[in-house]
Design a protein around this ligand. Structure first.
Ligand SMILES: [Zn+2]
Length: 506
């Protein structure tokens, strides 16, 4: 509530009296309104000529452009994008329209796209995905040079460019900005069409004039002129609330006949932003019109007939390594491991020095595997990690619980010893006071030095230089002197170093 009040104050301060172009969503008035009204009226006619009678679920490709500033800062998080897509699919479930990720552009670092898109059309066109609904997640939504700024426009649809732009702080399950903008994308006007920039106020007074400040005939509460006024859609009641009304029960304005209007505050296409989130919806006619728009020739690029992986992700992966505050061997090359779950084509892997994942998280998308080697961590640190399973369409599964581990200062060479085909330790775990057997298979003979480190990186046992022969070689290494615990056996060779993890048990 307080947040909204701040926004509207900023609106009032920055819009001034001459500004009639922008609302909180950046769509309203001007050329935008002309283009969209024309499309809407065409769609209305098409709907009248050929009513939507049957529809089966369609899957619409979406490209998320996750924009940072030129220094790479300020990008929306991957987790937030997955959460947003999950919510969008819930919002559109009634329409039988569903959305899937056709790509995440998570490497766009560009100040212009980040905060002044009206200067960035050329570069944005180059980055545009021609086979998807393009959604740009930016810091400041700026459809034009004037009247725009942080705190005012939450998002907008550009009919000229045919893409959606939204502020990153509007991304996520609790916000209504994206479904609203996608409504515009599919030709819907505001329910308060004509009042977008200048909402009804006591200055306008009751009863309201027959033409709204935006030049659109004023819709009457009794519906008598609903086809030719307001949003031109008859199953959405009149609405004169451009912005500035903070409640969810609007009953202050009279139509031109003197009847108090009773808008439907839960329609996505209104500017009532703080009603109960789960109850926002599109009216039946709005839904039909969006379908007509989806079927326009100009929207052929969205109608791919592609069905993404529909398998729901119901299990939570179990993090298996490194966990429980253990030391990971070789801080510069750590192989993270977890259990695979059905339906997950990808895993979002986050690693950070804070359990909140807010310091400077390393983020990786791991596809088609349930382990991943990370090489950019620092020695002698405590780290936290978690993963989130998803596929292009199913993005609702949450992050796993957080696991923690430590790094020591043991480095491992990340390039394999080329002469060495394979080496294993058995048994592993090995009992204390017994012997572990090292089995190696080499393409050519070479000499290597074996050293056993404890998990803190201190030398626990020197096994010295050994000759590895072509073919198979076996060594028995004594573990008699060792305490139970986790160790790292390193093999040093002129090409580098390889390590294996050894567990000594009681
Ligand atoms: Zn809007």
């Amino acid at each position: 509530m307080k947040f909204l009040a701040t926004i509207f104050l900023l609106c009032a301060a920055s819009f001034g009296i001459a500004q009639t172009h922008d609302g909180p969503c950046g769509n309203g008035g001007g050329e935008w309104q002309e283009i969209l009204t024309e499309r809407l009226l065409q769609n209305k006619q098409a709907l009248a000529d050929n009513p939507v009678q049957f529809r089966s679920t369609v899957y619409i490709p979406v490209r998320f452009h996750m924009v940072a500033n030129t220094n790479g800062q300020g990008r929306v998080t991957h987790g937030r994008v997955l959460e947003q897509l999950c919510r969008l699919n819930q919002d559109f479930a009634d329409l039988d329209m569903q959305f899937y990720i056709n790509g995440l552009n998570d490497n766009i670092n560009n100040n212009a796209i980040y905060s002044t898109q009206y200067t960035a059309g050329t570069i944005m066109n180059l980055l545009r995905d021609p086979a998807a609904l393009n959604i740009w997640i930016v810091d400041v939504a700026t459809p034009s040079a004037g009247g725009s700024g942080q705190g005012t426009i939450l998002g907008y649809y550009s009919p000229q460019r045919d893409w959606v732009v939204m502020r990153r702080d509007q991304t996520g399950a609790s916000r209504v900005t994206l479904p609203h903008e996608v409504g515009h994308f599919f030709s819907l006007p505001h329910t308060h069409n004509g009042w977008d920039s200048t909402p009804w106020s006591s200055d306008i007074g009751n009863p309201s004039p027959t033409t709204s400040p935006g030049g659109v005939p004023t819709e009457r509460q009794d519906g008598a002129n609903c086809n030719t006024s307001g949003d031109y859609i008859c199953d959405t009641p009149p609405d004169y609330n451009g912005f500035g009304f903070s409640g969810c029960n609007y009953n202050i304005a009279q139509d031109p006949t003197g009847a108090f209007i009773n808008p439907d505050e839960q329609l996505f296409m209104s500017y009532f932003l703080n009603c109960v989130r789960d109850e926002y919806y599109f009216s039946p006619t709005q839904q039909d019109l969006m379908w007509v728009d989806y079927n326009r020739p100009a929207r052929a690029y969205l109608r791919t007939n592609f069905v993404p992986n529909l398998t729901e992700i119901t299990e939570t992966p179990l993090l298996t390594f490194p966990i429980e505050n253990e030391f990971a061997p070789g801080y510069n090359s750590i192989n993270f491991q977890w259990t695979a779950v059905a339906g997950a084509d990808h895993y979002l892997l986050e690693i950070d020095r804070a359990a909140t994942f807010t310091i400077n998280p390393s983020i990786f998308i791991v596809s088609g595997a349930n382990s991943f080697t990370v090489t950019n961590l620092e020695p002698n640190r405590t780290y936290y990690w978690r993963i989130r399973p998803y596929n292009a369409y199913r993005t609702c599964a949450l992050f796993t619980p957080v696991a923690t581990f430590r790094t020591n200062n043991v480095t491992v060479n990340t390039t394999d010893i080329t002469d060495l085909n394979e080496w294993t330790i058995s048994p592993n775990p090995v009992f204390a006071q017994s012997v572990m057997q090292i089995n190696l298979e080499a393409a050519r003979g070479f000499e290597g030095v074996f050293t056993l480190y404890n998990i803190a990186g201190q030398v626990a046992q020197q096994y010295g230089m050994r000759r590895i022969n072509p073919g198979n070689t076996t060594f028995d290494f004594d573990v008699e002197a060792l305490q139970p615990g986790i160790y790292i056996l390193a093999l040093d060779h002129e090409e580098g170093r390889e390590v294996r993890r050894v567990v000594v048990t009681r």
